[in-house]
Design a protein around this ligand. Structure first.
Ligand code: SF4
Length: 388
């Protein structure tokens, strides 16, 4: 990668620069000097970067600050569990050529870079991203990746990811987008990024134009995990995409101590919707090394999703998903509302009340129990609370 194509940090912001070492964090008051020695091994293994925009959001006096928890290294990262893996969702098993992950028939990931403006402590690619980890896609590899996409007419959508593709210069992004748009069967180019939140000044008119180059449908998916991340500047950066006709979606990771309560999660989803960003995915934490302290249980995630439904607008409902370890893809793991019982469906509403839904189209006429025969259009509330 030529030097001028990549700038991973804002030059400065109010005279402040990205924090990249434990010494930087100590100087900024984000790590007490007494904890530095305990963090050395973790910081040597997994990259550290906190942009000025993120550092400004952290309250150094709060030991449980939900922003710090996402970015400041913790000694608990040294606790690597047996089932955790450097490639928890199996990218490498589905990589036919460098830079491409082809897991589902109609779409591929195109991993342009392996660096980011910030490094998230829970990142599922944490063993692959950061300075000195995997290389950015050099020109020859980019050409081979494009050849692969051209040779597979079933590829309808290309997802630009990494690392964070928006660390690239607008000029380089424009080249990439134009190259993809020239492939007739590629109809959608989707970019996954954290930049509008962690370095909003990078979202310039030139960057927005770069993502639209080529005239194909362009989507941007924003990764944010706490409502405080949606600052006025971040909202303005997102508005630049949306106003230019680039629809936005969100993705968040369910994280213990960050967004694992219904109020915070609901406020996050509302903040997205207020920014005209449709909540898309709430990811269950992946089995990335040293991240057990940040994962919730799936049962906790399902309970949170139950609490969101009914209390928050339908626009605020993401899909709670798990990437099956090993590369078998993403599946929804939200709470179930439908069960088959006694020849009918039993449906649980958002208050936990159960209702029968008996429909002769789905069930043989003899099947519905006699007591449901007076239902209007087959729907009847039992008013029964869930059992133990
Ligand atoms: S920005 Fe994305 S790729 Fe980079 S460390 Fe965070 S989660 Fe990982």
């Amino acid at each position: 990668m030529r030097r001028s194509t990549l700038r991973t940090t804002p030059a400065s912001r109010n005279g402040r620069r990205t924090l990249r070492s434990l010494a930087d964090l100590a100087q900024a008051g984000l790590v007490p000097p007494g904890r530095l020695a305990a963090l050395e091994r973790v910081a040597a293994e997994y990259a550290v970067a906190i942009t000025p925009a993120v550092a400004e959001l952290i309250d150094p006096a709060d030991p449980a600050d939900p922003i710090a928890r996402q970015f400041v290294p913790a000694a608990a990262e040294g606790d690597v569990r047996p089932r955790e893996s450097a490639d928890p969702i199996g990218d490498d098993a589905h990589s036919p050529v460098e830079g491409i992950v082809h897991r589902y028939p109609d779409r591929v990931l195109l991993k342009l870079v392996h660096v980011c403006a910030v490094y998230c402590r829970f990142c599922f690619r944490r063993a692959m991203v950061g300075p000195g980890k995997r290389r950015a896609l050099p020109p020859a590899a980019m050409a081979a990746a494009l050849d692969y996409i051209r040779a597979h007419p079933e590829i309808w959508e290309v997802i630009l990811t990494g690392g964070d593709p928006l660390v690239l210069s607008p000029r380089r992004l424009r080249e990439v987008v134009r190259g993809l748009a020239a492939v007739d069967h590629v109809k959608v180019i989707r970019t996954h990024t954290r930049i509008p939140v962690v370095d909003p000044a990078r979202i310039t008119a030139e960057m927005v134009r770069a993502l639209k180059a080529g005239g194909k449908a362009s989507y941007v998916v924003l990764h944010a995990n706490h409502p405080r991340e949606l600052t006025a500047e971040a909202r303005a950066a997102c508005a630049r995409f949306v106003d230019a006709g680039i629809p936005m979606l969100s993705q968040s990771v369910l994280l213990r101590g960050v967004n694992d309560d219904a109020e915070t999660l609901g406020a996050l989803m509302r903040a997205f919707v207020e920014c005209r960003i449709k909540p898309y995915y709430l990811h269950h934490g992946d089995l990335a090394p040293g991240t057990a302290h940040l994962r919730t249980t799936i049962a906790e995630g399902q309970e949170l999703m139950r609490r969101l439904r009914g209390r928050y607008s339908g626009l605020c409902q993401p899909s709670y998903v798990l990437d099956i370890p090993g590369g078998y893809g993403k599946v929804p793991i939200g709470p179930g509302y439908l069960a088959e019982r006694a020849g009918c469906y039993e449906i649980t509403d958002h208050c936990g009340l159960r209702h029968a839904y008996c429909d002769e189209v789905a069930f043989a006429p003899a099947a519905p129990p006699a007591e449901t025969s007076n239902d209007i259009k087959g729907l009847r509330s039992s008013g029964e609370r869930p059992g133990p």
